[in-house]
Design a protein around this ligand. Sequence first.
Ligand code: FES
Length: 137
Amino acid sequence: MGISRRQTLTGAAALGVGVPLLAACGAGSGGESSGGAPSSTPGEKLGAAADVPVGGGTILADQKIVVTQPTKGEFKAFSSICTHAGCPVTAVQDGTINCTCHGSKFSVEDGSVVNGPATKPLPEVAVTVQGGEITTA
Ligand code: FES
């Protein structure tokens, strides 16, 4: 007789727990943002043209606008809200407007995507320069 019971005690505990956490970036659920149009009104002053570096730009966080000067005397403005997932862009460097949330880069010339993951350009904002002052058009 005898019921043979094997008790295996090995391996019951101490399984390695090593579930890797994916980098949570808050952008996983909603897809791309629609770009967040800047809330500017025509005639809004955006600062002195002389303050915008040639080949670069200036981010105006309050207005959610980035003003660029691709070539001397040519001014452009775009939404400063990244079209990928809605972070504000944080720098203008080496000819691109950069979002550090996930690394998207946009051209200072036309807001087009230079580097993903964004796929849509930054929406352009019409501006004029009068008396050395940049204003929304
Ligand atoms: S929000 Fe993802 S790169 Fe800008």
